[in-house]
Ligand binder design. Sequence first.
Ligand code: SF4
Ligand code: SF4
Length: 443
Amino acid sequence: MSSRNLTFSVGGVHMDEHKTLTEHIPIEKMPAPDVVYIPMSQHIGAPCNPTVAVGDTVKVGQIVGNSEAYISAAVHSSVSGSVKAIEKMYTADGRYCDCVVIENDKKDDAVEANALLNYKDVSMDEIIAFVKEKGIVGMGGAGFPLHAKLKGDDPVLDQCIINGAECEPFLTCDHRIMLEKTEEILEGLEIFAEFYNKEVSYMAIEENKPDAISKMEDVISENPKWSNLKVVGCQTKYPQGDSKRLAEAVLGRIVPQNGVTNDVGVFLTNVGTTLAFYEAIIEGRPSYERVITVSGSGISEPKNILVKIGTSVGDILDFCGGVKEEFVEIVCGGPMTGKSVFELTSPITKTTSGLLVFTKEEVNPGKESPCIRCSKCVDNCPANINPTDINAAILKDNVEICDELHADQCMECGICTFVCPAKRNLTASVKLAKREIRSRVKK
Ligand code: SF4
Ligand code: SF4
């Protein structure tokens, strides 16, 4: 099997990457803010319930929210201090949920670290409980709790891929951690390899990050214990980092409709999640901070920063020199799948990969005009559906036709809107169609 220029077969698009603003900027640690707002919903699945009350004193790494539900993960305080309030707020990515508001006492008192260094000697059920308690969720954007992916016997998981594609324009946080935390990530991959495939497990990186590919390959070649790990280069093509596209690109395994990579025997997780997993298992640290990219032509000092979960968007932008006068929009996440931020007090979560501040240089919505039947949206759709026909159907409120056109298979990648010369709001309308189909199924 070739280990370069790997890609998926249907749709996708080559676009300007806009990564030069931050790709060479080392990660800087942002000082902890005076107040953090810890959201109880930071993942796919059941939100947590607060486990602390107003007036309680908390430590760094202490659980402040938890849930009995299997598809959920604990949340922890990212500072030490006292609980001032528990109130409903919007997170940076637009979830409306309870947040535990903690005033930082700046003492940095932390709970005692408990690692799982003997992970080879314990059962998978014990590892799953440990990972759930450490609050590790997919940090590439989706936020699927990691422990729910780990079970490897039904179906049997026999392949393992770490996703270092980072295909969204502007974002460079995964790129930087691959350069600056190479050994830790490979150690994390080695633990996964121990579970799923001891012969060969993969580190997949888009080829627009040649320094990360070289660094990973160099470190592997210097460490015989990692001879089972293989770096593969993927074509720079959006959405290469989508888990289903990556499983196809690297292994040729096609995930069925409504399926996940586990269904085809592939354990696949993001590179930031792998780092968080390593920090939990080897260092005993829960998931309470992460690296994000702050970029765009509207921010004064673009950076990659290590930031406490629960820090407000406003505090982060201030740390990056503030926004420029001509900014028009702040986006949480990448420009293709991110959400507009509408409150500067909104906190970041475990799934926040970046904050992008755009001026008119990047935001040019144009005016919607009639479809010219160019078929670009159809040709480039990685889900192999017909966005323009779905758009026409949902505008007539014809959900049955949307269902027949498989609108529910949309992965919300944003390509159809991006390529449409008529500036039609295709992604938003397909998302609406998908929601309508699902809500009618529930009734
Ligand atoms: S947003 Fe949905 S419909 Fe549009 S290109 Fe992506 S997968 Fe296809
Ligand atoms: S890309 Fe736009 S103009 Fe072209 S077929 Fe699709 S909706 Fe019509």
